[in-house]
Ligand binder design. Structure first.
Ligand SMILES: *Cc1c(COP(=O)(O)O)cnc(C)c1O
Length: 364
């Protein structure tokens, strides 16, 4: 006899993990928007110090980390929720805010986790197409907000299209929305945006009690293997997402590493500069090859294949050990999302592309 699963299980999409290919040599992993650099040595030392106390449960309050974050963000720890990656906070927000009959509004294509929020809760998902430049169409999104709307997601910069909006544009958008709507600004890549300083969005969380800023240690801090992210919102929001989760979801190593990582803002600045240099290099290479890419404000590019068969390009790159994300899995077939790696990795990607593209006819 087969197991009887919950009805909602059928609705939940399977997260599109990056494909790996049969390849003998070193893989160039440019599919998951990770940073190519190892964690800061002081962060590794903090993790090693913590190893000896792994017989104890982690602090369910994440008190030290929340206090340090509050100091940096000039707020109180009561307003800071820490999660097992910011993805856990997204799913917890869905648990706490959504139910059948409720609605959630977000742009599409956007982060591949977002469809899970409606699927797991039975709420209705309203996906608003991006504009021609791959940017959020905030006007169209505002028009979809109704009395049933509980969450509006704004991914800034947007994954997978890499585009960003200024904090002024977002602030004006939020000001027009009813106060019962929780606006989650997913700022996983905000450090990489040249349109604003990461601190520029903090006043929004002060002015609008319905706003949640969602950030992560996975991207610029290079700690995605540990799973830790945070949200800055109202005390009510923090209490709600804490209630729907198990108390020990953020492990002790992750908490210790995040506390230490915050002490090294000079390293953040250095990484942002290195990413900006690689962004310029890769975008120039696309331009030289006549490939259209969006205006990236993140650590990855979104490039159109000009009508070429995406699967064929992906296969060709994979056979050469270069793993990127294809647009089909992300909501827009005919594109590649490619993370910036080290210079050597980016050049290997470009060399592979030069071998593969001539073999795949354009506008097929
Ligand atoms: C990578 C990413 C995150 C971060 O997820 P974690 O769970 O913190 O690793 C969140 N939002 C978007 C849009 C992302 O691309």
């Amino acid at each position: 006899m087969s197991l009887e699963f919950a009805e909602r299980l059928r609705r939940i999409p399977v997260y599109p993990a990056a494909e790996t290919y049969e390849f003998g040599g070193d893989l160039v992993k440019l599919a998951s928007n990770e940073t190519p650099w190892a964690p800061h040595p002081a962060v590794l030392e903090a993790i090693e110090r913590e190893l000896r106390t792994l017989n104890r449960y982690p602090d369910p309050d994440k008190a030290t980390l929340r206090r340090r974050l509050a100091e940096r963000l000039e707020t109180t720890p009561a307003r800071i929720a820490v999660g097992n990656g910011s993805c856990e906070l997204l799913l917890a927000a869905a648990d706490a805010l959504l139910e059948p009959g409720a609605e959630i509004v977000y742009a599409w294509p956007s982060f591949s986790m977002y469809p899970h929020l409606a699927a797991q809760s039975g709420a209705r998902a309203i996906e608003v197409p991006l504009d021609e430049e791959g940017r959020h169409d905030l006007g169209a999104m505002a028009r979809e907000v109704t009395a049933a709307t509980r969450i509006v997601l704004v991914c800034n910069p947007n994954n997978p299209t890499a585009t960003a909006l200024s904090s002024e544009e977002i602030d004006a958008f939020v000001s027009e929305l009813p106060r019962h709507v929780c606006v989650i600004l997913d700022e996983a890549y905000i450090e990489f945006s040249t349109l604003q300083d990461p601190d520029d969005s903090l006043p929004m969380a002060e002015r609008h009690p319905n706003v949640v800023l969602l950030r992560t240690f996975s991207k610029v801090y290079g700690l995605c293997g540990l799973r830790v992210g945070y949200g800055l919102g109202s005390e009510d929001f923090r209490a709600a997402v804490d209630r729907v989760r198990q108390p020990f979801s953020v492990n002790a190593l992750a908490q210790a590493a995040a506390v230490e990582a915050l002490e090294h803002q000079d390293e953040v600045v250095r990484r942002v500069e290195r990413v900006a240099t690689e962004r310029l290099h890769v975008e120039e290479a696309f331009e030289e090859r006549g490939l259209d890419s969006t205006d990236s404000q993140a650590n990855f590019s979104w490039v159109s294949l000009g009508g070429r068969d995406e699967a064929a390009v992906m296969r060709g790159l994979g056979e050469r050990g270069v793993i990127v994300r294809g647009g089909a899995a992300l909501g827009a077939e005919g594109h590649l999302r490619v993370t910036y790696g080290t210079r050597a990795e980016n050049d290997r990607f470009l060399a592979a592309l030069d071998e593969v593209l001539p073999k795949v006819p354009a506008n097929a």
